[in-house]
Design a protein around this ligand. Structure first.
Ligand SMILES: [Zn+2]
Length: 290
């Protein structure tokens, strides 16, 4: 799609390009987020567990359904790569593509993290984001993207011809392998495209290439999630640090990230209906008599 086109524009090209876009997936008919309930839960919760993710490494954590967890910037500006799974079925996991289609390229408060097909339902809902003030900057950049997949050693090898082992993909693979009692092969198949927590990214306005810039996150900032199902989370403290210059190497300054898990008051969940697995009947118009 770049460079000199091989085809000249048709005579009506201006008319074709002038057609106004429509939103692919208007979100108005999605199940509504109960903002009042989330606020009540947030005002009445107790810290029950803390997990520290070391720099250039990853850790897993579990969050019971109805609890809340935070990812907190602790010692310095640092981005994190987050995977989420249904604890009872690790095949159900976060689906960045459909989340992006429903909510846009970057997530913030009251956006949901949807699971993959055939489950497609919310795994978590973002209940608070101290970086919600950032919006979109003059470059088209914003925070918490669902476009950047994760840094990985395969792309690193293609671009740099080296074997770097502390990309987020490898960090998440080691962490999930430990969660699975050493089954690192299965772990790698479960690692999926991430929510890029605190990362500031966008697409360049000329070539529409994926860019990153120094994260605006500072110690004390956090993004907070309501667990819609029993969750396993895996979080990598990216080797890119604040992602201002490089990733996939040991060059950037990196800092720990902290995951805080909060027990909520069940009284506030009395009227809450947990999300069910997707209601599509699964037939795909397949005629099994053939
Ligand atoms: Zn990374």
């Amino acid at each position: 799609m770049k460079g000199i086109p091989q085809n000249s524009a048709p005579t009506d090209y201006q008319d074709r390009q002038a057609i106004e876009p429509v939103i692919c997936y208007p979100p108005e008919t999605l199940p509504p987020v109960d903002k009042k309930m989330l606020q009540a839960l947030r005002n009445d919760m107790t810290l029950v567990d803390t997990v520290t993710v070391p720099p250039r490494d990853a850790r897993t954590f579990t969050v019971p359904q109805g609890h809340i967890f935070r990812i907190v910037s602790s010692e310095g500006s640092q981005v994190g790569d987050l995977n989420l799974f249904n604890q009872e079925n690790l095949d159900e996991r976060f689906y960045t593509g459909k989340t992006r289609a429903l909510h846009g390229t970057h997530l913030s408060t009251y956006d949901r993290m949807w699971s993959n097909m055939p489950y497609i339902r919310p795994l978590a809902t973002i209940s608070y984001d101290t970086l919600d003030w950032y919006g979109f900057d003059e470059f088209g950049g914003s925070v918490h993207d669902v476009i950047g997949t994760r840094c990985d050693p395969y792309t690193g090898y293609l671009l740099n011809h080296d074997h770097y082992h502390y990309c987020c993909h490898s960090n998440l693979t080691r962490a999930m392998g430990q969660y699975l009692d050493g089954d690192y092969k299965r772990a790698e198949t479960l690692v999926h495209d991430v929510l890029n927590v605190f990362m500031c990214t966008g697409f360049t306005q000329d070539t529409h290439q994926y860019f990153m810039k120094a994260s605006p996150v500072r110690p004390g900032d956090y993004i907070e999630f309501f667990a819609e199902v029993n969750l396993v989370g895996a979080l990598s403290a990216c080797p890119g640090g604040d992602c201002s210059t490089k990733h996939s190497s040991d060059e950037a300054a990196c800092y720990p990230l902290v995951v805080e898990i909060y027990k909520t008051n069940p009284a506030h969940l009395a009227n809450w209906i947990p999300p069910k697995i997707n209601g599509y009947n699964g037939s795909h118009a397949i005629d099994e008599s053939l």
